[in-house]
Write a protein that binds this ligand. Sequence first.
Ligand SMILES: [Zn+2]
Length: 380
Amino acid sequence: MPEITVVKVESVADDGGQPGRMVHIERPKDWAACPDCRVISTTVRQRRTTRPRDLPYGPEPLAVRWHKRQFACAEQRCARKAFTESTAEIPPRARVTGRLCRAVARQAASGRSIAAVGRECGLGWPLVHRHFAVHADALLIEPEPPRVRGIDETRRGRPQWIKNEATGRWARTELFETNFGDLSGTGGLLSQAAGRTSKAVVDWLNTRGHAWKSQVRIVAIDPAACYRTAIRQALPHAVIVVDHFHLVALAGKALTAVRQRITREQRGRRGRATDPEWANRRLLLACAREQAPRSVISHRLHRFLSWCADSGLSELLTLAETIDAWWPETLAFITNARTEETNRLIKDAARVAFDFHNLHNQRRRVRVACTHHTINVPAA
Ligand SMILES: [Zn+2]
């Protein structure tokens, strides 16, 4: 550590008899400059020992004892009568060394939970979080406007009900976050906004300004009508695309609904593992991905929609209507793989960040998890 020398290292045992080491450190200079008047003093008034926490080193626990001096200020016109020496790595009143702060911030930013990092280094949750927040805010600079953007949602935790004391009514807290991602560049996840509404999306986009919005060419969304409405309103020039995966998932759900309803109607009970339609349900849900020319796709779509319509099954009619309603966007789909990847990262980050009750904190954490791979992290 700069400006510090090790005086001696002792072998010690803690209360439980576990071996450890105690490192005694000092500042070797016999003078220090007053922080107020910058006048140098060599007059030591008293000595104190502090216990700053430092990085772990080796298998045994390590304790630091800093033998500090308090100097008298020699400048007569200085209001300060005394000051205690400090260094850049161990500033005044710091209980943790700078290098330990940076190490915990990096660990938390790499996706580990704040609580786990704190336990390992013997630091409290608020302290680790404060250093993580400083580190994260430095990384999360306002992104460039992306050419291709993605919008989707992530559900946060379990539903919570909060009572409004004034009206006595219970309200469900917002569960969904809308995520704005950059699919073309290296921005990763750009931002998040509370709620799953057109207004949340329109407001966020309008805040970015006209020049920013005009550069967005393609927007990838989940098949949610509110997102489509918002994009058409705020980015009328942009092409909306929807991953065909969503329509395949809807078809799977419709098939399950038909199977369950027919089983109830014909057998008068729920499906059992021995029923052939239950045993083969995975076969029914299987769907192969293949690259087909546009004319073949269009022909198959027409055949599929007609087949649904002719089946007379209400579940398949609903499915056909939904697919029809989202077909232009699905056909325009280029690749939504990266938003899905981002979405998965968000879910991972939300899991380890379960100890976050503050929405701003959670968003910061999620954005770091989704962005830090593509941004140069400054060295410690
Ligand atoms: Zn002074």
